[in-house]
Design a protein around this ligand. Structure first.
Ligand code: A5P
Length: 224
């Protein structure tokens, strides 16, 4: 059973005519995008805001009309995936490298639905996946040194022999923690380092998480 397809498609039930949609990046949300594209062909009227160049191309290929945050600063619904989800529905994201755009779009959304398979559920963030941090290439080593002081192992992400570049032309430093005890404080500490653009902690952003399991879909809601 393809769990990514199962939840990716299920999230599209929340899409309504006339919505401005944040379109996430990753192998799970691509199934949502395929399905939205099919509905657009049969008359659904939505506008998509892609969170990466890859998603922009996919959405265009699927025939989804696109806009951007400057034209539509208020997004109705964002569908995206995640690398880890904790019991409070906090997330780590961005092993795909699109974190800065994904985070701005999620922050601008009235509602965010996250689609994951059950392998992404964790008791504590930072236990399965490193935390990606987007930094300015100009001073990446300074950022790496400061990140090391936060009790992690920070490694520059590479593509072949060169540094991996984000859609914004920046670098990613992947920070391996032995579990993140206090995500809120860590987010503040990381973002106060000069040269850091953003980090992959998505806290208090997900409203609903759809978890694909062998037996079906589990729906988790944020407790307010
Ligand atoms: C993209 O930058 C990431 O945030 C992805 O959303 C995340 O890595 C999860 O993607 P998959 O659904 O491909 O596992």
């Amino acid at each position: 059973m393809n769990l990514k397809k199962l939840v990716g498609e299920a999230a599209v039930e929340y899409v309504k005519d006339g919505m401005v949609l944040g379109l996430g990046t990753g192998s799970t949300v691509r199934y949502s995008i395929f399905k939205i594209g099919k509905l657009v062909k049969t008359g659904l009227k939505v506008l998509g805001i892609p969170t990466s160049k890859g998603t922009e191309k996919l959405a265009k290929d699927c025939g989804i009309p696109l806009t951007n945050l400057n034209e539509h600063p208020e997004v109705d619904l964002t569908i995206d995936c995640a690398d880890e989800v904790d019991p409070n529905l906090n997330l780590t994201k961005c092993m795909g490298g699109a974190l800065f755009r994904e985070k701005i779009v999620a922050n601008s959304s009235k509602e965010m639905i996250v689609v994951v398979d059950e392998s992404k559920m964790v008791e504590k963030l930072g236990t399965k996946s490193p935390l990606p941090v987007e930094v300015l290439p100009f001073s990446w080593k300074v950022c790496q040194r400061k990140l090391r002081e936060l009790d992690c192992v920070p490694t520059l992400r590479k593509k072949g022999k060169r540094a991996y570049e984000t859609d914004n032309g920046n670098y990613i430093i992947d920070c391996k923690f032995e579990g993140i005890e206090d995500p809120k404080n860590l987010e503040r500490d990381i973002n106060s380092i000069l040269g850091v653009l953003e980090n992959g902690l998505f806290l208090d952003l997900a409203d609903i998480v759809l978890v694909g399991k062998i037996g079906g879909i589990e729906k988790l809601r944020k407790i307010i």
